[in-house]
Design a protein around this ligand. Structure first.
Ligand code: DAH
Length: 343
């Protein structure tokens, strides 16, 4: 009897280790252990060889063995049925599939892409520069020496690791990067994020986005500048848009001008956005200062150029009537999903 008990223990271990992932494997288990010629039956047949006084104890062992085999069979069966049904829960495969929501492009990126594409048609290539800049590329090279008062308007964040590093205050720094590596003719458009030390409000933020343009060649004139920018706003806002240039000052251009367009919110009648003037400033521009050209070894007697810089937030505000700058960075999907531009 000792021997049979040992044999039963071994069968139990085998049953425990038996793995089944398909109904056919479960059936194989049933036939092997619980079938009419199965091992449980065979072991039961040993009863007749056991001495009478031991039959009671043996009977208990046999019963327990049979129950063990049945329990294991039920467990395997349930397990494979669960797998076939797609997991632990039963699934109704006739239900509609799960919906994976598709995001929309950020409004600032929609407008940036539109701007880049319009200038792309005029032959402007995209150029980019680092957001962490050094003093030279952001200020010095652009004709803003250390003690220049114009720097006050562009206070920014400095990197404590190196006092010469800062977060760029304008994309004009990319002009410097481009002139460093390219020879005229140069025709680039430079979109990117810029930073300023501002208190965050509906009208100011510590970071925003600009697009810079730079065109340097022989015989580039102020008339080219005006015509290029006029074409641009007509493409972006439509033929109805009016423009006006106002004389201005930037250290890196001479002469300089700011360009206003007729207010796209009120149509020029006067509203909060245009401060009741009918006009909204959208960019700064001018003829590249000869000093800037010379900083990069470009002969200012031979070459002239124009440059401009615009804020993408402002242009998006005029296109989509967004009246609070903070909305752009709050990540509120109710705001973001209103813009479904294809570009
Ligand atoms: N960098 C100027 C700003 O951030 C904008 C600007 C003005 C860029 C005139 C230009 C320019 O390239 O010619 O306020």
């Amino acid at each position: 009897m000792e021997q049979i008990v040992q044999q039963i223990e071994q069968y139990k271990q085998e049953m425990q280790a038996f793995e089944a992932t398909t109904p056919a494997q479960v059936e194989a288990f049933r036939i092997k252990y619980l079938g009419t010629k199965g091992l449980v039956k065979t072991v039961m047949g040993e009863m007749k060889n056991v001495p009478n006084e031991q039959k009671k104890v043996f009977g208990q062992i046999l019963n327990e063995f049979k129950e063990f085999a049945e329990a294991r069979y039920t467990a395997l069966k349930e397990q494979t049925e669960g797998v076939a049904a797609g997991g632990d829960q039963q699934r109704d495969i006739t239900l509609p599939g799960e919906v994976f929501p598709v995001g929309t492009r950020h409004p600032l990126n929609i407008v940036r892409n539109q701007i880049v594409s319009i200038f792309g048609r005029l032959g402007f290539a995209v150029a980019e520069g680092p957001e962490i800049e050094d003093d030279w590329h952001n200020f010095g090279a652009m004709n803003l020496p250390e003690d220049h008062p114009a720097r006050d308007m562009q206070d920014t964040f400095y990197i404590s690791q190196n006092p010469d590093w800062l977060l760029r205050t304008h994309t004009s720094s990319v002009q410097a990067r481009v002139m460093e590596t390219q020879k005229p003719p140069i025709r680039v458009i430079c979109p990117g994020r810029v930073y300023r030390n501002e208190t965050i409000s509906a009208r100011a933020h510590c970071f925003f986005h600009q697009v810079e343009g730079l065109y340097i060649d022989e015989n580039v004139s102020f008339a080219d500048l005006k015509q290029t920018l006029y074409f641009f706003v007509q493409e972006l806002f439509g033929k109805h848009v009016k423009v006006r240039f106002r004389p201005s000052y930037f250290p890196f251009t001479e002469p300089s001008a700011e360009m206003d367009i007729s207010c796209q919110i009120c149509g020029g009648d006067g509203c909060n956005i245009c401060k009741h003037t009918g006009w909204v400033e959208i960019l700064g521009s001018g003829m590249v200062h000869p000093k800037v050209l010379e900083n990069f070894g470009i002969d200012s007697n031979k070459y002239t150029g124009f440059a401009f810089g615009m804020g993408i937030e402002r242009i998006t505000q005029l296109k989509y009537q967004v009246n609070d700058l903070r909305l752009y960075s709050q990540n509120d999907v109710r705001f973001l999903k209103q813009f479904t531009g294809a570009v």
